[in-house]
Design a protein around this ligand. Structure first.
Ligand SMILES: [Fe+2]
Ligand SMILES: [Fe+2]
Length: 421
């Protein structure tokens, strides 16, 4: 076999290997190292390097380097003129000696001379400079033939594609990261705004201080117990936080009345679900129908609620969750005309009204959440923070809850002793 044929076969082999290397999934660094090794090996070149171009910093950053010396720069800056010329030149190998008119070769003249560089190949892929290959003289000392240049050009294209792919991936990752950050920021802003709003609603009602915030937290616990997705749980909390937003338009005198309000005042107060809906409607709520939760949080399964007297299936599910959380908070906090009720009595009430006012599985979800905390299954003492330590420890809450959940009779000594009913 003639030497040129042998060389041709060898080169084809190297090109095929390079193609494989670029296509397979080994790390970028490894791919470039192997590529450099193949280029050097197939043409009998002892030393060289491959750089990646950063268009943000306008510089070449060496990715693989072999034998160019300790002091060879790892980053090489380009000016506008260099960038323009490299792009126009394309993948054609440039003789370092002849390219000295360009600022790039003047700036790094000393380094290139020390490393004895002979060629530089700008890696231009789809009209974009993505990197460069640096090569010294061939080991034989012969000048590069046009045949050699063609091989370098073909191999440069393969390497360039690998670098371009990598750049594309890095850019995609950067954008995805940016979007993630923006999304997180928006989510935090939304959550903070909702909480600030809930606090504003609660400020208006001095007797039920913290009501909206607590209802939000109960909704969150119930939704999590119901096995909702994390974003739906967040949505349920928002629905709870904002359920009474309509109260902002109700006279403070009625909200804060230290007595049972009369029919007229009651009619005024009962407008708050509808007003809340109007307020929340124009806002986009990503995870749940917050306006509908506000509108129907006083509806009951048996149709005796307000404002529309809806029956069970007509009531949006989130409104049922808020309804239970709302009622639970009303029962477990002091009101101007009524002290809060003991836990056993509250559980009995919720059970008795399961299927009438409350959806039974939502009541069970609340009980389960509470039982998990009482039995020490969960470390986070949410109920204790919301209801106070004595409330959670005063009675035999664990066994009452267990009984309620297993469908056992709910009459307990506490209930029998209770007079407030
Ligand atoms: Fe309400
Ligand atoms: Fe409420």
């Amino acid at each position: 076999m003639s030497e040129s044929k042998h060389k041709l076969i060898h080169t084809f082999g190297a090109l095929a290997e390079l193609g494989n290397e670029v296509a397979n999934k080994s790390s970028f660094q490894e791919t470039i190292k192997t590529s450099l090794h193949l280029v050097l090996g197939s043409l009998g070149i002892m030393r060289g390097g491959v750089a990646r171009y950063s268009r943000f910093n306008h510089e070449f950053n060496m990715v693989a380097i072999r034998g160019l010396g300790e002091d060879f720069p790892l980053s090489l800056s380009l000016c506008y003129e260099d960038e323009r010329q490299f792009l126009a030149n394309g993948l054609e190998p440039m003789e370092i000696e002849q390219a000295k008119v360009l600022p790039f070769f003047q700036v790094y003249d000393k380094s290139f001379e020390r490393a004895k560089l002979a060629l530089m190949v700008p890696l231009v892929i789809r009209d974009e400079t993505v990197g460069a290959v640096f090569l010294v003289q061939k080991a034989t000392g012969e000048p590069y033939s046009s045949y050699d240049r063609e091989i370098i050009c073909a191999m440069g294209r393969h390497i360039g594609v690998a670098v371009a792919q990598r750049n594309l991936l890095a850019e995609l990752e950067r954008r995805a990261d940016e979007n993630r950050k923006l999304y997180d920021e928006m989510r935090t802003t939304y959550a903070d705004t909702v909480k600030a709003f809930a606090a504003a609603i609660d400020r208006k009602d001095k007797y039920t201080e913290g009501h909206s915030v607590r209802v939000g937290k109960y909704c969150e616990i119930i939704a999590a117990e119901l096995g909702w997705h994390v974003e739906e749980v967040e949505g349920a909390a928002v629905a709870g936080y904002l359920h009474d937003v309509g109260k902002l338009t109700v006279e403070r005198r009625i909200i804060n009345a230290p007595y049972r309000i009369n029919a007229k005042e009651s009619a005024e107060l009962n407008k708050h679900p509808g007003v809340g809906y109007e307020i929340l409607m124009p806002i986009h709520h990503p995870y749940t129908d917050v306006p509908l939760a506000a509108k129907y949080h006083h509806e009951r399964l048996d149709g005796r609620g307000y404002p529309d007297g809806l029956y069970d299936r007509e009531i949006p599910y989130i409104a049922k969750v808020v309804n239970l959380a709302d009622s639970f908070d009303a029962m477990t906090t002091d009101r101007p005309y009524k002290r809060r009720r003991p836990a056993g009595e509250v559980f009995e009430d919720l059970q008795r009204n399961s299927g009438k006012q409350f959806a039974p599985e939502i009541v069970s979800a609340l009980f389960r959440g509470m039982l998990q905390e009482v039995s020490g299954e969960v470390a986070d003492k949410k109920f204790r923070r919301l209801l106070g330590r004595e409330y959670m420890e005063a009675e035999n809450i664990g066994s009452i809850l267990q009984g309620a959940l297993s469908g056992a009779p709910t009459i307990t000594p506490i209930n029998l002793m209770s007079t407030d009913n």
